[in-house]
Structures are given as structure tokens and as C-alpha cells.
Design a protein around this ligand. Structure first.
Ligand code: DGL
Length: 262
């Protein structure tokens, strides 16, 4: 099974990509809805939660794990790779590769949660890759609750998006990385506010492409991966809103099962 976890149900944007690009494999998903958001928590807490999330997926039979959550990818990926025996895929590396491949003027913008931006991982790794890059990062902490309240088309959201993105627009970035699970769900308004000429990088699509390539290069693992459409979706808390958002975001009915992690 392909295991995918997130701080909540935003990671369904990655599930959607797995269903599109690798439709034969069975998925087991965990969304830590009881402890979300991770984006405002300390690296120690996020790492502790991420290890528990990944271990739960392994206990359910996950043979590889995709860390859909950017915050967990940014602060906990190294620890997960060190401590767990299954291949771990995080969203930062493929996003960086794609951004470097598509930028034409070497002027990059990165938007994410406060924890992702504060981790400095994008700044560090992009500068290592190319010293000439001009980088502008921006934490957008209000985007996650706005997406969760389904306010993506409201005038207030447009104003907030304009406020966050204006400094990046002023710097004339040519590429913008959507470094948070929720941002692809407000792609339209982000594109509108940053300008039509700016290329948006969606790490969900990139990480799943990377997993597909890895499976081609590792046929012994590929053959062992469980196939089928009986996907499992676990969350640590369920409300009507969780159910509704899961259905809306995945664009298909989802049966959520509750599992609390301690
Ligand atoms: N899943 C988180 C991320 O991609 C966003 C929501 C949260 O802050 O937990 O960074």
C-alpha cells in the first residue's frame, strides 16, 4: 500500500494525484485532524507527530510513505528517513527540482505555513543549488483556515491574497512554489493575484511523479505493492465539516474512519 499522511485532510490533494498518476495501487491515508494545524507548531512537536503518523501507516501495511504535509516535510523528513525502514517521499525536494527546471529569470517565490517558511529549508536548499537565485519567501498563515471555511472565492480572501502576494509581485518573480497542501485549492486566486505570467509549482503533482519513477527503478518493491481500489482513509477526529471537505476536495465520496494517536 502507498501510505500518505498529512496534518489534516489537505493531503487529499496528494491522494488525488496518486489516483490520477498511479491508479492501480491501494492507498492508506492518515489525516491528523485532531491535532491540526501543524503549521503553527514547533519543529519538535511536528516531528513527534509526523513519526507517530508514519508509524501508524506502516502498522496498517504501508510499504512506502508520502509525507503530503509541507510542514512535516520541511521539519521532520530527515528524522523519518533515519528512523523508519520504508522509503519516505517528502514534498520539498520535488518542488525544488521543478522550480529550478521551470524558472527562466531565476526569481523564485515560496509561500507556505509559518513553520515551513521559518524552517528555512527552501532558502537553504535553493541557494545551495544555485547561488544566483533571487528568493522571496512569504508565510501565508490565513490561507489554510480560509480554504477550510470554503472562502476561496470571497472578496476578503482576494484582499488577503493580494496583501501576501504583492511583495512577491513587486520583485517580479517568474515562478511561485505552492508549499502547502491547501494552496492548490486556491490556485485560481493565487494565479490572479500574482499575475498570469508567473508559473505555479504544485508539489503534489511532482512528488507523485517522483514516486512513479522510483517504482519503475525498483521493480522488486513495485511488484510487492498492494493493488486495488479499496483505499483506506483514517483521521484522528471526524466532524461534518471534515466529511464534507474530504468529499469536495477528492471529488468523490470518502468513508473516513477514526483513529486517535497518542
Ligand atoms: N498540511 C499543512 C502543510 O502543508 C497545512 C495545514 C497545517 O498547518 O497543518 O504545511
Amino acid at each position: 500500500m502507498i501510505g500518505i499522511f498529512d496534518s489534516g485532510i489537505g493531503g487529499l490533494t496528494v491522494v488525488k494525484e496518486v489516483l490520477r498518476q498511479l491508479p492501480n495501487y491501494q492507498i492508506v491515508y492518515f489525516g491528523d485532524t485532531a491535532r491540526t494545524p501543524y503549521g503553527s507548531k514547533s519543529p519538535e512537536t511536528v516531528t513527534k507527530y509526523a513519526l507517530q503518523d508514519a508509524q501508524f501507516l506502516i502498522d496498517q501495511g504501508a510499504q512506502i510513505i508520502i509525507v503530503a504535509c509541507h510542514t512535516a516535510s520541511a521539519v521532520a523528513a530527515e528524522e523519518l528517513k533515519k528512523r523508519l525502514a520504508v522509503p519516505i517521499f517528502e514534498v520539498v525536494s520535488p518542488a525544488i527540482r521543478k522550480a529550478l527546471a521551470v524558472t527562466t529569470k531565476k526569481r523564485l517565490g515560496i509561500i507556505g505555513t509559518s513553520a515551513t517558511i521559518a524552517s528555512g529549508i527552501y532558502q537553504r536548499r535553493l541557494k545551495e543549488a544555485d547561488r544566483e537565485l533571487e528568493l522571496i519567501t512569504q508565510a501565508c498563515p490565513l490561507f489554510v483556515p480560509l480554504v477550510e471555511e470554503r472562502w476561496v472565492k470571497k472578496p476578503e480572501t482576494k484582499m488577503i491574497a493580494r496583501r501576501y502576494l504583492y511583495p512577491l509581485k513587486l520583485k517580479q518573480i517568474d515562478t511561485l512554489v505552492l508549499a502547502c497542501t491547501h494552496y492548490p485549492l486556491m490556485r485560481e486566486i493565487i494565479q490572479q493575484k500574482i499575475g498570469q505570467r508567473v508559473k505555479l509549482v504544485d508539489p503534489a503533482a511532482e512528488v507523485v511523479q517522483e514516486v512513479g519513477q522510483y517504482l519503475k527503478q525498483h521493480p522488486e518493491l513495485e511488484q510487492k505493492l498492494t493493488r486495488g481500489q479499496e483505499h483506506k482513509f483514517y483521521v484522528s477526529d471526524i466532524t461534518d465539516k471534515t466529511r464534507q471537505s474530504a468529499k469536495d476536495w477528492l471529488e468523490r465520496p470518502v468513508r473516513l474512519e477514526k483513529h486517535l494517536l497518542e
